[in-house]
Design a protein around this ligand. Sequence first.
Ligand code: O7M
Length: 229
Amino acid sequence: MSSKCYTLSCTGEDKMKQESRLILALDVTEEEKALHVSRDVGDIVDAIKVGYPLVLSCGLDMVSKIAEHSDVICDFKVADIPNTNRLIVENVFKKGASGVIAQGFVGKDSIEACVKAAGGKDVFVVVEMSHPGGAEFFQPVTDALVKLALEAGATGVIAPATRPDRVAHIRSLAGNMKILTPGVGAQGGSAASAINSGADYVIVGRSIYQAEDPKEAAQAIADEIKNSL
Ligand code: O7M
């Protein structure tokens, strides 16, 4: 894991740095491409998010390989009973991840198990998703999920950049928790609107890794974020 990327807070806990406020969603399925993009953008982004597309194609060891270039957040949207959540979270941190993403609808005990297994590292809870269907079942319970994340001691929540009004609403409930917002670019959301609505980070995938020059694309979004602060 790249220690340069993490700050040690006064509580002794490892939390994600907040510099460019940009997180790359590395949803590619080829190792060579994954490592090439990670090398290119590792110094620009605050973290790289890896999930099922990459890990199911190339293996969990990709977490350790990418951690040589950036901090890694494992987006497995962990959603099981507390014991299974614990086993999953222990596994990803053993591979060098710096954070993990879980679903809150499984209940507070399941998220508490993630937080405990993370041992001071980051746990983020999905409270509303960015796609059109994300409004169907999440929206009626978003407020309760934010409360659950707060009470369970999560670092932050995932909220939709595609609905800046919802980001602002979630900000009003989220206390000190960080807000990470996917949905910028390919899904139609804007980085500046998400940040202006109270997001701490934006998560961007295709607009970076599918660009002809991923480094240039990442830098352009990082500049947009900087100019919107
Ligand atoms: O920029 P994209 O659309 O190519 O990629 C967005 C990434 O964010 C991709 O990895 C999605 O799985 C993820 N994501 C969403 O797009 N919407 C959500 O509501 C939640 C996530 C996410 O990261 O959840 C943790």
